[in-house]
Design a protein around this ligand. Structure first.
Ligand code: DGL
Length: 272
C-alpha cells in the first residue's frame, strides 16, 4: 500500500452520502491546509441511514469503483459512520489506497464520562449495527449508553447547509428520547456519531444542559490522515479542491455558496 510518488501532492478522497463529510473535510483542512481534496457525495442514494445492509454495500462498491476510476486519489476517507460501520472491510479489500473510516466515538466518550451515562446520536442504521454494539460491549460495558437514531436530523443538517435556519422546535422532538430516558438527566457526554451532526453543533448544544459535552470523531480522523502521510510535506500552494455529486439536482445548486466557504470551487457530476 503506497502513496503517489513523493514529488506530487497526495490527493485525499473524502466520501459521504451527503454534506456530512464536510465536517471531517474541515478538520483535515485545519491540519493539512495545502492538501487537495476530492469531496464526494453520493446524493443520488442519500440518505444511507435508512438503507438495508446488502444494498448499501453494493452501492458503496459501485460508487467507489466509479470515483476511483475517474479521480486518481492517494488516500480514502470514508467520512460517514453509516458506511464505515458496515463497508470498511469491503472497501479495504477492493481498493489499494490507505483507507480511514469514521466510527462512533464510544471509546473516548466512555473514557471521559464522569456520570457513566452517555448518549449516542446517529442514524438509525448506525445505532442498529453489530459493529456499534460491539464497540459498546468492548469500551462501554459498564456505562449506560442511551442510543437515539434519527434520519430526520440528517435531513435538517442538509437543509442548514442549503441556508435554512434550523429552529429549536424542529430539534426538540428528535432529541426527546434522551430526556425521556430514566437516566437521561445524568448524561454528561453526547456522541455525534453521524458526520452530519457536527455541522449543527451549536444548535444541538443549545438543547442540552451545560454539563453535556458533545464529541465526535472528526479530529481523530484528521490526525490519522496526517499519520498516514508520514514524513511527506505538501508544497505551500493553494490547493484545488473538487466536489463530486452522483446526481445533479436543485439542492446541489443551493449548496454551492456553502461549498465556497470550504474552499471548494470546482463541481463535477458523476452519475452512478
Ligand atoms: N453522514 C452519514 C453518517 O455519518 C450518514 C447520513 C445518511 O443517513 O446518509 O452516518
Amino acid at each position: 500500500m503506497s502513496l503517489s510518488p513523493p514529488n506530487s501532492n497526495p490527493r485525499i478522497l473524502v466520501f459521504d452520502s451527503g454534506v456530512g463529510g464536510l465536517s471531517v473535510a474541515q478538520e483535515i483542512q485545519q491540519k493539512l491546509p495545502f492538501a487537495p481534496l476530492v469531496y464526494a457525495s453520493d446524493n443520488a442514494f442519500f440518505p444511507y441511514g435508512t438503507k438495508g445492509e446488502l444494498e448499501l454495500i453494493a452501492r458503496v462498491d459501485a460508487v467507489f469503483h466509479a470515483l476511483i476510476a475517474r479521480y486518481p486519489v492517494d488516500i480514502i476517507v470514508v467520512a460517514c459512520n453509516t458506511a464505515s460501520t458496515l463497508a470498511l472491510p469491503h472497501i479495504r479489500n477492493h481498493f489499494s489506497q490507505p483507507t480511514v473510516g469514521v466510527v462512533p466515538a464510544i471509546k473516548p466518550a466512555a473514557a471521559q464520562t464522569k456520570s457513566n451515562v452517555i448518549g449516542l446520536l446517529a442514524t438509525p442504521a448506525t445505532v442498529a449495527r453489530t459493529y456499534t454494539h460491539n464497540l459498546i460491549k468492548e469500551h462501554a460495558a459498564n456505562t449506560e449508553v442511551i442510543s437515539v437514531g434519527s434520519s430526520e436530523l440528517v435531513q435538517l443538517a442538509e437543509q442548514k447547509l442549503r441556508g435554512e435556519k434550523i429552529t429549536s422546535e424542529r430539534l426538540k422532538p428528535i432529541l426527546q428520547p434522551f430526556f425521556d430516558h430514566p437516566r437521561g438527566h445524568e448524561m454528561d457526554t453526547l456522541i455525534l456519531a453521524c458526520t452530519h451532526f457536527p455541522l449543527m453543533r451549536d444548535e444541538l448544544k443549545e438543547q442540552f444542559p451545560a454539563q453535556v459535552s458533545l464529541i465526535d470523531s472528526g479530529e481523530a480522523i484528521a490526525r490519522r490522515v496526517v499519520s498516514l502521510l508520514g514524513e511527506r510535506q505538501y508544497a505551500e500552494q493553494e490547493p484545488e479542491h473538487l466536489v463530486v455529486f452522483t446526481k445533479a439536482s436543485p439542492a446541489v445548486e443551493a449548496l454551492q455558496p456553502q461549498l465556497f466557504q470550504f474552499g471548494i470551487h470546482k463541481l463535477d457530476i458523476l452519475e452512478v
